[in-house]
Design a protein around this ligand. Structure first.
Ligand SMILES: Cc1ncc(COP(=O)(O)O)c(C=O)c1O
Length: 341
């Protein structure tokens, strides 16, 4: 693709479009270099890199939003920086300082400004920061060198069709172990999810729902997103578990539900055989934003929440508040918005 002339913002899906610049910084002998923007979207690394053999890599997912006034902003970018530090710690990789992470985000978004979709199109600029272990190495150990890079791509909705209810099915597979790496954003969790995802798609579902790996009785995650539901007496609930990714969207929604919608909001166990307790449900995440869940099929039985066609009123309000905050239409809690331009 050449620049932006082929892009129809309102028709974008969640796919890769090469942009002009990416940020890259290298770690060697105990320190990160200053980092720079480059145009080449190919990485040249040792064939013996730990990222290729032992999965020593982690990543983040975040978005830059265009406001009505034309400025550009990031949503809770410091939280992505901190979560990436946790992922690095878990896989014995050097941490990227928060200031360096934020500076890299600003640089790469500014350099690719023409790819930040206009306000009102529903599209955004997705940022994909990552850290990989590189350099010549054979045994199972931490790499001698590392790369921290960020590329960006304009994206539309993660689930086809945008903001309308979609159907999910539970899987018997686990994406993470009880004391494994589920809380870190690392490739291994995602490669483990490819097969169950494909099986769900082949059966006509948007994605699969993972149950807790210890007892398979509680909802953990919805594909690459967290889960939330609204009880019949209007409580916003979302699973509490050490093996799910601590979603920045989910923690934001806990706050939005309480402070903007006046609901009680809590993390708790959500049992798969107690879905009757909930009148609405959704998937939430940077990519998914809020995706209403029309139904969940478990062991051959289909449970419909609010409706398979219409979005529930509380899910709609949560979406309007969250997206309004992210795009600058609604005042954000202090410290949530990072102005790029
Ligand atoms: C497995 C998984 N769970 C949850 C989420 C949501 O996290 P966040 O809200 O920080 O994007 C993601 C990423 O979008 C994810 O990949």
């Amino acid at each position: 693709m050449d620049g932006i002339k082929d892009l129809d913002w309102s028709k974008l899906g969640f796919s890769y479009h090469k942009t002009d610049y990416r940020y890259i910084s290298r770690w060697k002998d105990g320190q990160w270099d200053d980092g720079k923007l480059v145009t080449d979207n190919k990485l040249k690394i040792s064939e013996a890199s730990t990222a290729l053999h032992y999965g020593q890599q982690c990543f983040e997912g975040m978005k830059a939003y265009r406001t009505k006034e034309g400025s550009i902003q990031l949503f809770r970018a410091d939280q992505n920086a901190l979560r990436m530090q946790n992922s690095c710690d878990r896989l014995l990789m050097p941490k990227v300082p928060v200031e360096k992470f934020l500076d890299a985000c600003y640089q790469v978004v500014k350099a690719n400004e023409k790819f930040v979709p206009p306000y009102g199109t529903g599209a955004t600029l997705y940022l994909r920061p990552f850290v990989i272990g590189v350099g010549d190495n054979l045994g199972v150990r931490s790499a001698p060198e590392f790369i921290f890079s960020i590329f960006v791509s304009p994206v539309g909705p993660y689930f086809k069709g945008g903001f309308k209810p979609v159907d999910f099915i539970t899987t018997d597979y686990d994406r993470a172990a009880p004391k494994g790496t589920g809380a870190a954003k690392i490739g291994g969790n995602y490669s483990a999810s490819l097969l169950p995802h494909r099986q769900a798609k082949d059966k006509g579902y948007a994605d699969c729902i993972y149950l807790d790996p210890k007892t398979h009785s509680k909802i953990e995650e919805v594909g690459a997103a967290n889960f939330f539901a609204i009880t019949k007496d209007d409580v916003f609930v979302t699973p509490k578990s050490d093996s799910i990714l601590p979603s920045i969207t989910k923690y934001s929604l806990l706050h939005v539900a309480e402070e903007y919608l006046g609901l009680e909001a809590k993390e708790t166990d959500i049992y798969i055989d107690e879905l009757d307790k909930y009148k609405e449900a959704g998937a939430c995440g940077t990519a998914a934003v809020i995706t209403p869940i029309g139904s969940i099929t478990h062991k051959g039985e289909k449970h419909v929440f609010y409706s398979e066609e219409e979005v529930g009123p509380i899910t709609q309000k949560l979406y309007d508040s969250l997206y309004g905050i992210q795009t600058g239409d609604i005042e954000a809690p202090e410290g949530w918005i990072f102005k790029v331009k």
